[in-house]
Design a protein around this ligand. Structure first.
Ligand SMILES: *Cc1c(COP(=O)(O)O)cnc(C)c1O
Length: 430
């Protein structure tokens, strides 16, 4: 494949944009090479500026669960745009999408829309602090909750890909209020709570971690966290920015049958436009301004184009009884296919999968937390990434990311992907 035009565009971008990208994970820093510039996308495929076509497993890092340029979403945006693009005043469609989201997700009465997952998580934590009157939070190493200050403590995703899990610019004061726990280690969480009795406002986590690769919660980890929170008067915050409207209609809460006190959304809920949201019981949500004392706001929050895209997306998911089964089946098919090929080539690996999230780790030990995720053979990952790209398969340029399966993928696409793994496997270290 040729990347001539992408390389030239990247060189131009580097002149005026730091690192040439508006979000670090888009750079190919962890794997080397220059990022490909996308011209357009449809269904399961991306087309770059050199007219190469790729089967896409990034899918805008999650939102495009039904594939790119999904027609009902595109139509909804176009129709809305004709009526004006922002008013800074209430619109009916905000209530429509709020009501639909509340009906699909368990344990929430009210929801507020923001413009990104970062904003959703940041606001959720402020609400938890305001509601409980406590200041500290527990987060897990390798979990990513966006780039607001209190979360850039051992964050996953781009923050670890670039070797700066603790970002300069975050004050010591802020860092001290974030207590760090090991994912899937309930005893560690207990010990942190015991050392900080009466100080912890909330525990925030990805109920299925997706930013250190895909790491499922182990045996009753979520249930045990729920019990600990109840015992110590701590709010449980599920960051479902990645898992919401992806693992099930009601997200991880539904899949694992565990109630969260506050739930954060992003990605799928915006259908590919910039949307985040956070939701909770009426009692907790009424703590927000203008009803309550916790301030939170946004000039473009609930933007009509964003709401139109999100509503069209949620309606499509809501009306398709088989969608989440179908996605899980496709993902399982891919899992089995890749496992067989890598085993045939005697490549040491571990594959994690939940629903339509899957990640391939070049590691022989189970990947259950950040430490075990970081043990993967990164040289093999680099070779694998570039090999797959040259075979026309676009996976995330970091071993700390999940692949997202979309409904637009056909079994033929999956077979092509497995076949690409077969070609690339012979170039990997055993
Ligand atoms: C992507 C992501 C975020 C941040 O969302 P942005 O829209 O990028 O700000 C937060 N939490 C999780 C779990 C995510 O995957």
């Amino acid at each position: 494949m040729k990347y001539t035009r992408s390389s030239a565009l990247f060189a131009n971008a580097e002149q005026v944009i730091p690192g040439g990208v508006n979000s670090p994970v888009r750079a190919f820093k962890a794997v080397g090479g220059t990022p490909i510039f996308i011209k357009e996308a449809k269904g399961a495929y991306l087309i770059d500026e050199d007219d190469n076509t790729f089967i896409d497993y990034i899918n805008s890092w999650g939102p495009m669960i039904l594939g790119h340029a999904y027609q009902p979403v595109v139509d909804a945006i176009i129709e809305k745009a004709k009526l004006g693009t922002s008013f800074g005043a209430p619109t009916e469609i905000e209530t429509e999408i709020a009501a639909l989201a509340v009906s699909m997700v368990p344990n929430i009465d009210k929801i507020r829309f923001v413009n990104s997952g970062t904003e959703a998580c940041m606001s959720a934590v402020r609400l938890a602090r305001g509601y409980t009157g406590k200041e500290k939070i527990i987060k897990f190493a390798g979990c990513y909750h966006g780039h607001s200050d209190s979360f850039l403590i051992q964050a996953g995703s781009g923050a670890v890909t670039f070797g700066s899990p603790n970002s300069p610019g975050v004050t010591n004061g802020t860092a001290q209020d974030t207590l760090l726990a090991k994912y899937n280690d309930i005893d560690h969480v207990k010990s942190i709570i015991e050392a900080n009795p009466n100080d912890i406002a909330c525990i925030i986590l990805e109920p299925v971690a997706g930013n250190m690769g895909c790491v499922p919660p182990q045996a009753n980890f979520l249930q045990k966290l729920r019990a600990l929170c109840d015992e110590h008067n701590i709010l449980l915050v599920f960051d479902e920015v990645m898992t919401g409207f992806r693992l099930a209609r009601g997200g991880a809460q539904e899949l694992f049958n565990v109630k969260a006190d506050i739930v954060c959304f992003g990605k799928v809920i915006g259908g590919g436009l910039p949307v985040g949201a956070f939701a909770a019981s009426e009692e907790i949500m009424n703590y927000l301004a203008p009803l309550g004392p916790v301030y939170q706001a946004g000039t473009l929050s609930g933007n009509p184009l964003a709401m139109a895209a999100g509503l069209a997306m949620l309606k499509a998911l809501e009306s398709d009884a088989e969608i989440f089964n179908r996605l899980a089946e496709k993902t399982e098919y891919l899992h089995k296919g890749i496992t067989k090929v890598l085993n045939d080539h005697k490549i040491v690996h571990t594959i994690n999968r939940v629903g339509s999230m899957i990640s391939v780790h070049f590691s022989g030990t189970p990947v259950v937390d950040f430490e075990t995720s970081a043990k993967g053979n990164n040289e093999n990952f680099k070779t694998f990434f570039h090999g797959m790209l040259n075979q026309g398969v676009y996976i995330a340029p970091s071993a700390f990311e999940t692949w997202f399966i979309t409904d637009a993928l056909t079994y033929e696409d999956l077979d092509k992907t497995i076949n690409a793994v077969h070609k690339v496997a012979s170039t990997l270290q055993k």
